[in-house]
Design a protein around this ligand. Structure first.
Ligand code: HEM
Length: 183
């Protein structure tokens, strides 16, 4: 199943990257074009999720579970793939349920931040997948600076935990400050 996984992963990667660009464009612009792009967001995110689930399911069939979970690289690829999938599903749910309200006031910057975080997760998943097939990128060098060696780090390193805590605190602060201001 490896060739099918490699083939299929290109679709969610390209579609979620496009969705990130669309979200950033809408966050920075209220032009008619940006609004039209935003109207395509729910269908775009839905198609991305369908392809993501397909790539994920095929991924589960590439190597036996004992094999993929035995190394830090394999285990973390599956872990970040699960986070990526769940994360983008939540972005789709929020945009669908909250509608255009996600572009009101500070919320638009939270949406932009969430999209950037989602594409970072996607990039890390792809990077780990690349290392599984022997294709190296500079992203792993950046991860090493955060204390995450793609070949040996089995558990989330302290620096990454610290970055997560800072991000959560920042997002909460932005959320509370926007709640106290009238839209
Ligand atoms: C949305 C989810 C996923 C994405 C975006 C993704 C992405 C990738 C990428 C970019 C590659 C490298 C392909 C290449 O350039 O040749 C790869 C390889 C690989 N992935 Fe995933 N992956 C996902 C989910 C999974 C899951 C859930 C598993 C297993 C449980 C998995 C197992 C593998 C394996 C075993 C390889 C190496 C394939 C080979 O030996 O040719 N992937 N993945």
């Amino acid at each position: 199943m490896a060739p099918y996984h490699v083939l299929m992963v290109h679709f969610p990667i390209a579609l979620w990257m496009t969705a990130t660009l669309a979200i950033l464009y809408r966050s920075f612009s209220d032009s008619p074009l940006a609004k039209s792009v935003d109207h395509a967001l729910v269908p775009l995110l839905s198609i991305s999720l369908i392809f993501g689930i397909t790539a994920f399911s095929i991924g589960l069939m590439v190597w036996p579970w004992e094999t993929i979970s035995a190394s830090a690289l394999g285990r973390n690829h599956v872990l970040t793939a699960s986070w990526t999938l769940a994360y983008w599903a939540i972005i789709l749910f929020v945009r669908w349920r909250r509608g255009e309200a996600v572009w009101n006031g500070m919320t638009r910057w939270i949406t932009a931040g969430l999209a950037l975080l989602g594409s970072a997760l996607l990039g890390i998943t792809g990077t780990l997948g690349g290392h599984l097939v022997g294709i190296y990128t500079e992203v792993s060098v950046a991860l090493r600076l955060l204390g995450w060696d793609v070949y040996t780090t089995y558990y989330v390193p302290n620096m990454t935990l610290a970055a997560l805590v800072v991000t959560v605190v920042l997002l909460l602060a932005i959320g509370f400050s926007s709640r106290s201001k009238p839209q």
